[in-house]
Design a protein around this ligand. Structure first.
Ligand SMILES: Nc1ncnc2c1ncn2[C@@H]1O[C@H](COP(=O)(O)OP(=O)(O)OP(=O)(O)O)[C@@H](O)[C@H]1O
Ligand SMILES: [Mg+2]
Length: 387
């Protein structure tokens, strides 16, 4: 990107942010008195912003922050603020600047492609869109997609797939979820987005591919953003960054994978930046059978166990639901074991899991995804599919 133009209001805003951050830092170190003067500077600047640009939409946020800092100053001056209890000043503490390193995945997740049951189509799409181009960019003279969106019901493997991609390919993997990007702090959320992308571009200029995984990417649209008025700016910043990496003239090796279970929250400009949109559906019967294999590791089963029947009974259940089912069933036999009083004997073991154990747990559990929601995913896929 070229030289950024910073308007006077942005300049003032960032100055205010800096003073407040310094104040928080000082407070943490115990320098309350200097912290007070920094907070006061921040308040002055915020009020100045409001008077210079009386019609700016952000004014409400500026005022709120100014009020919060004024209150903090009073607390510090009266000695009623306890810095030992972070809970007492949550919004101020939250605002500390985020360290980029926290987004870089240094240890590759220990999950392989084969541990993910089903999802054959998504896996193939991921190979074509990410794994092949990362390995052999020379084979893709016409380019390849840089933005990929996984969408679908909760608990079906979106986050799991991203982890498997990270362990599969060489490159720097940035992993940022909404919570770590969105800040209550004025202007900081979009700055986080900007920093994340500029770091990714920097990495990719050194010939290493960079993969940015944004979990719960819908929150960048702002419905859950906590900072009043901040959402539009975060969204716009994101669009701008996406355009930056899609720039045909620059060969950035940056991929952005977004995951969401609320695709309908996204607006069209946002959706368009993800050239590939991949539906991660509920597991079908074969995938459920495969999951049973994954989850029955280290479990003991009685000989009446019929996995094919269990697979039929779990129609509509997500991968997460199935993992929970196995966990709860195992828990049940252990509980029965303790209740029978046999646990005192160290050589005794719980009974093997019987079909009835699964049945009794299943009877008490509905699938976590409703059929009306499923239809919503299906409709969204029909409208926006690009796989
Ligand atoms: N295809 C799958 N194969 C094996 N296990 C799965 C699969 N899908 C889901 N699971 C299990 O369910 C858990 C939740 O899956 P994951 O976190 O990937 O869901 P998600 O699609 O990201 O959901 P959310 O939208 O709520 O973030 C996983 O940790 C795993 O145990
Ligand atoms: Mg997830």
């Amino acid at each position: 990107m070229g030289v950024k133009e910073i308007s006077a209001s942005e300049e003032l805003e960032s100055l205010a942010v800096r003073f407040a951050n310094e104040a928080i830092e000082l407070e943490r170190k115990g320098s309350k008195r200097i912290a007070v003067t920094k907070y006061q500077r921040a308040v002055e600047l915020l009020l100045k912003l409001c008077s210079l640009y009386p019609t700016a939409p952000q004014n409400k946020v500026y005022m709120e922050h100014a009020e919060a800092y004024k209150k903090r100053v009073k607390e510090l001056q009266s000695g009623s603020a306890s810095i030992d209890h972070p809970a007492e000043a949550p919004d101020l503490r939250d605002s500390k600047s985020i360290k980029l390193d926290q987004w870089v995945l240094t240890e590759k997740p220990d999950i392989s492609w084969d541990e993910i049951a089903g999802l054959e189509r998504p896996k193939r799409a991921i190979e074509e869109a990410i794994i092949f181009p990362v390995r052999r960019p020379d084979l893709f003279p016409l380019g390849w997609p840089r933005g990929i969106l996984f969408f679908g019901p909760p608990g079906c493997g979106k986050t799991l797939l991203a982890a498997a991609i990270a362990s599969e390919i060489k490159g720097v993997f940035f992993c940022a979820d909404a919570a770590s990007l969105m800040s209550k702090w004025l202007g900081e959320s979009e700055r986080n987005v900007q920093q994340l992308f500029s770091k990714a571009r920097e990495v990719s200029e050194n010939t290493q591919p960079a993969i940015v995984f944004l979990d719960e990417v819908d929150s960048l649209m702002g419905v859950r953003g906590e900072e009043v008025g901040g959402e539009v700016r975060v969204r716009n910043q994101f669009l701008k960054e996406m355009d930056g990496i899609l720039d045909k003239k620059k060969k950035f090796h940056v991929y952005v994978i977004g995951a969401t279970n609320k695709p309908w929250v996204l607006d069209e400009p946002f959706i368009r930046r993800f050239q590939k949109r991949i539906y991660i559906p509920l597991p079908d019967i074969k995938a459920r059978m495969d999951m049973f294999q994954v989850y029955s590791h280290d479990l003991k089963f009685g000989n009446n166990l019929d996995f094919a029947e269990l697979a039929r009974m779990t129609e509509g259940y997500s991968g997460g639901d199935i993992r929970d089912l196995f966990q709860s069933t195992q828990m049940k036999v252990v509980r029965d074991f303790f209740q029978s009083g046999r646990a005192g004997d160290n050589s005794a073991t719980p009974d093997p899991i019987r079909m009835e154990d699964f049945q009794s747990i299943l009877a008490a559990r509905r699938p976590s995804v409703s059929s009306s929601n499923l239809k919503r995913y299906f409709d969204w896929d029909e409208t926006f599919k690009a796989s």
